[in-house]
Design a protein around this ligand. Structure first.
Ligand SMILES: [Zn+2]
Length: 132
């Protein structure tokens, strides 16, 4: 999901609860994900993502799944497992409920101070450099 390196695609200014933004960006495996977020008066960012239903990309019915999701936050990669999400069987788009989005935001916020957490290492390739 696109947090940190996403870009704002749409702005909803007519919502009485406050201006909402749709942020869209690529995940590390090349898919595109959209997130709805709202800026509260306190300066906190509230995430509320699409409800399950039809895929907003291709129209297919979303299926409830537990997914592993990666987030790039300020140049650091964070992986969150067992996220309840709606997944599109056709195009792979993933969406989560507002409550799940809020918990993800909390986990990401906490991740800075978490030392005792399982770590994985991943291979990094440069597109420009030829591999043998
Ligand atoms: Zn789809």
């Amino acid at each position: 999901m696109a947090i940190g390196n996403g870009r704002i695609r749409r702005r909803f200014t007519r919502d009485p609860r406050g201006t909402r933004y749709e942020i869209v960006g690529p995940t590390t495996d090349g898919r595109r994900v959209g997130v709805i977020c709202r800026l509260k008066a306190t300066g906190k960012v509230l995430l509320s993502m699409y409800a399950y239903g039809e895929c907003h990309v291709c129209g297919e019915q979303l299926v409830a799944r537990r997914v592993k999701q990666d987030f790039w936050v300020k140049g650091k990669l964070i992986v969150i497992e067992d996220v309840p999400a709606g997944m599109c069987p056709q195009c792979g788009e993933k969406v989560v409920r507002a409550e799940v989005g809020r918990r993800i935001a909390v986990l990401i916020e906490k991740s800075r101070s978490q030392q005792k957490v399982r770590k994985i290492s991943v291979p990094v390739f440069s597109f420009a450099r030829k591999t043998a």
